[in-house]
Design a protein around this ligand. Sequence first.
Ligand code: NAD
Length: 524
Amino acid sequence: MATPSTRQGEARSTATTDRRGHDVLQSHAPATGVLLGEVPISSPEEVRGAVARARRAQEAWGLLPLAERSERVLRYRGALVDRAEEVVDLISRECGKPKQEALLHEVAPIADLTTYYAKRAGKSLARREIEMHLMKHKRAHVHYAPRGVVGIISPWNFPFSITMGDAIAALIAGNAVVVKPSEVTPLVLQKAKEIWDATGLAEDLFQVVHGYGGTGAALIDAGVDKIVFTGGVATGKRVAAMCGERLIPCTLELGGKAPLIACADADVERTARAIVFGGFANSGQICVSVERVYAHEAIHDRLLERVVGLVSELRQGDPQSASVDVGAVTFPKQLEIAEAHLRDAIGKGAELRAGGKRRAGQGMFFEPTILARCDHRMTVMTEEIFGPIVPFMKVSTEEEAIALANDSHLGLNAYVFTKDRERGGRIAERVVAGSVLVNDVLVNHACPETPFGGVKQSGIGRVHGEDALREMCEVRHVMVDRVPSLERDPIWFPYTPELLKWAFKGARALFGGGSLASKLGELL
Ligand code: NAD
């Protein structure tokens, strides 16, 4: 076997060659370092071949009635849930997250999303009549046609739920899917594919290709009809540029920097527990993790004390144990990023209130960390952390909190805590983010009905909900006359002075300042 060469995934996943000389990705458990398995790296030709096979399989799939497609995808849900323990075990080992999170944040939400789309797709993708406001003699409708082959490029933090959520939506909408999972966690999607094939569904309809960024680029270049990309902002920009050159639509789900505004009247206990859960679930490696807290001075000190107390009760360790709250960090680079944020913040006057270092010994663990006295000169308040650090900043007014929450190049999730729900709703509408939750954290990603996605540099487009299902389709418009057509429409050739005169008269009558319509209010 050749010496492993490390690339983007560094120590976590290594590229090497197997006995037959094939390039493979090896995946190691972040909590133990144990080798979990390996997958072959797909060459650009293999990626093109996968897309071509997917296209052939889609032809029959796209013609099936939607109810039939939904019923078949529900069979996959059944098989998945029957094998949930096996899938949960692998997600936990490969990502280093507790089994509860593997089940409740990954497998169960996908079973629920499948149910939702299977039930709702008929309505969401039904042919939609369009009421004509001027040309009443025309009848128009739109229908939603599958795009063809959807390419999905996904990250390592939720290797199952992010990838499969997009895949299920694409499949129910009538597409075939080719997935390029993260090189850091390739085995989870390999398992998802194994279950798909065992369910007896057309194998070529859902395919997985493996490798680093180059394999993702090869997928974009392989003739797909849409890309759904989830990952970092810098990669997202490269993906968007490639899609732009090929004029392929792309949905981009990128980074987050979720602020949590704790108002003066917030319930301290609930807010503190939400900060600890929202900041340290999956070791803070969630695009919607609580990444900065703006606490009103009236409750700041009590809230901080309670959070520090709760953090001291967290049990960190082997994620396979059902009594562990916080597991390992999945991606080794995150340890260095966390340390760099800490050095910067403490150097600029932040106060370390809990945690603050990686754990010595086996596995990649970083202590749940709380910083106080933070401000926007520090990267920990302005750049994505994607690790177990929660910085606090004291604010004097609600206005100040809103302005600081909006002082970011990112806008994915945001959180507002207050006992006054009306006020919470008002503040929520002023925060510039794709989703704002009042008195809760994280949960929206598990709600398949609500659109999920970012504004600003957090992305373009939405996953989940009706919008995402429709984005998996081409919107095609059909127009037909309600009455028998004339031999020649009056506005067609030949143009005449008489026609021009009547056209001016018509425009004045319909839209002019003194027109009947404007006198009677907006008739048109
Ligand atoms: P990443 O951008 O490094 O990689 C994401 C995927 O893109 C991987 O599969 C990678 O192999 C592939 N890739 C890399 N270069 C490519 C290229 N040039 N062309 C095509 N594909 C390429 O991100 P990551 O480290 O895997 O994930 C962490 C990031 O993802 C964080 O910024 C996080 O906020 C973000 N994220 C966003 C969401 C969301 O829904 N908005 C969800 C989860 C994670």
